[in-house]
Design a protein around this ligand. Structure first.
Ligand SMILES: NC(=O)c1ccc[n+]([C@@H]2O[C@H](COP(=O)([O-])OP(=O)(O)OC[C@H]3O[C@@H](n4cnc5c(N)ncnc54)[C@H](O)[C@@H]3O)[C@@H](O)[C@H]2O)c1
Ligand SMILES: [Mg+2]
Length: 352
């Protein structure tokens, strides 16, 4: 081997080696599975499946926590066979991630209508007995799952719901066909491609410098308050949504917008929560609640909020009919946003 080729080989080796970080490898693998139906079908052979029934995930209970069991393709085929179902139903599954060892993870709903189902939906109680678990509504289970399962099941539910609702082309009316991974659907008659969508929502913690503004809707559990949230209107920037939502919901104008973080949120049907801090304009603190949107909104001090962050709801009503003031659970980005505000206030109030 010439010196030049030797150096070139070593360079190539170094370049490949450098690329092969676990994260990059995983990302490239998932990209390949989304792009190539054959690779994705192959990945199902060694992959694992999370099961749902009418969008409720299959869960098992373990020490006050829910665990999401996974099933192999063989187990799934055996299960479908036992319930007299066509194994092609597995074609309805969607890719939701993979392990560091490149075991691909899929989700499959056994309760939704399928072109391969012999009956509209598989019988739930019998399946629960067979699978040694229960199909539990994600709203009830989300906060008792570990962070990884919560994130995977949220993604899975949003994707399964989107496929269920987009089975027909909105132009031709013909059935659309999903790719194996479920990252898109195509109308065979006109080749229009449909991609899964999510709705951007801005969540803003408004402060007046020493207090923060929290609000509740009548649908919230008793005593729970959160930061102001609102869907982005078409054509709006995140900044415009913040200004509009704060004005609409509490009649205030804000400035000094600061991005905090974002989170996928499975409710109502897959949202991207974009969390920000904002400050009211000087001297503007009088809240005018829009009762069409909110039940109540108020300013809360640092100490009130710091205490509420430690409470774990939901609470049953106290004897005097009131419920203690509490905040969304840790998993929700609103909790993280409020916590960050409390920590910043604590730092700024510490003596230099
Ligand atoms: N993860 C968190 O920490 C957290 C905290 C608060 C709110 N949220 C979520 O934010 C979402 C939005 O908050 P909100 O209810 O105050 O929003 P909002 O103030 O925009 O009011 C909701 C109304 O907006 C309209 N709307 C406009 N676009 C919509 C769309 N794409 N989908 C559904 N409705 C749409 C509907 O009329 C709906 O009733 C809620 O669904 C809630 O689950 C999440
Ligand atoms: Mg709102």
């Amino acid at each position: 081997m010439s010196l030049y080729r030797g150096i070139a080989c070593r360079r190539k080796f170094f370049w490949c080696y450098r690329l092969l970080s676990t994260y990059v490898t995983k990302t490239r693998y998932l990209f390949e599975l989304k792009e190539d139906d054959d690779s994705c079908k192959k990945a199902q052979q060694t992959g694992a499946f999370y099961l749902f029934h009418s969008l409720a995930p299959l869960l098992q209970t373990s020490a006050h926590q829910y665990l999401a069991p996974r099933h192999s393709l063989l187990e799934l085929e055996r299960l479908l066979g036992k319930f007299g179902q066509d194994a092609r139903r597995i074609e309805d599954s969607v890719l939701i991630g993979c392990s560091e060892q490149q075991e691909a993870w899929f989700a499959l709903d056994l309760g939704l209508d399928s072109s391969f189902s012999l009956s509209a939906s598989l019988h739930k109680p019998e399946m629960e007995t067979e699978l040694k678990g229960s199909f539990i509504e994600l709203r009830k289970a989300l906060f008792q799952l570990n962070a990884r399962d919560a994130s995977l099941l949220s993604t899975a539910q949003a994707l399964l719901r989107w496929h269920d609702a987009h089975q027909f082309c909105s132009r031709s009316g013909q059935p659309t066909k999903k790719n194996v991974a479920g990252s898109k659907r195509v109308c065979p008659s006109n080749n229009i491609i449909y991609y899964p969508q999510m709705a951007p929502v801005v969540i803003t913690l408004v402060s007046d410098g020493t207090r923060c503004l929290l609000a509740r809707q009548s649908s919230f559990p008793k005593g729970m308050y959160s930061a102001l949230a609102g869907f982005c209107d078409i054509g709006e920037s995140v900044e415009e949504t913040i200004h509009r939502e704060v004005a609409e919901e509490v009649g205030l104008e804000v400035e000094s917008l600061q991005y905090y973080a974002s989170q996928h949120w499975p409710f109502p049907s897959g949202s991207l929560m974009i969390a920000c801090h904002a400050t009211v304009k000087p001297g503007q603190t009088e809240i005018q609640v829009n009762l069409r949107e909110l039940e109540k909104a108020a300013w809360f001090s640092h100490d009130e909020v710091a205490t509420a962050l430690k409470r774990k709801g939901p609470y049953t009503q106290q004897q005097n009919g009131t419920s203690p003031f509490w905040l969304p659970p840790k998993l929700a980005i609103s909790h993280q946003l409020i916590k960050e505000w409390v920590e910043k206030q604590t730092c700024s109030s510490l003596p230099a």
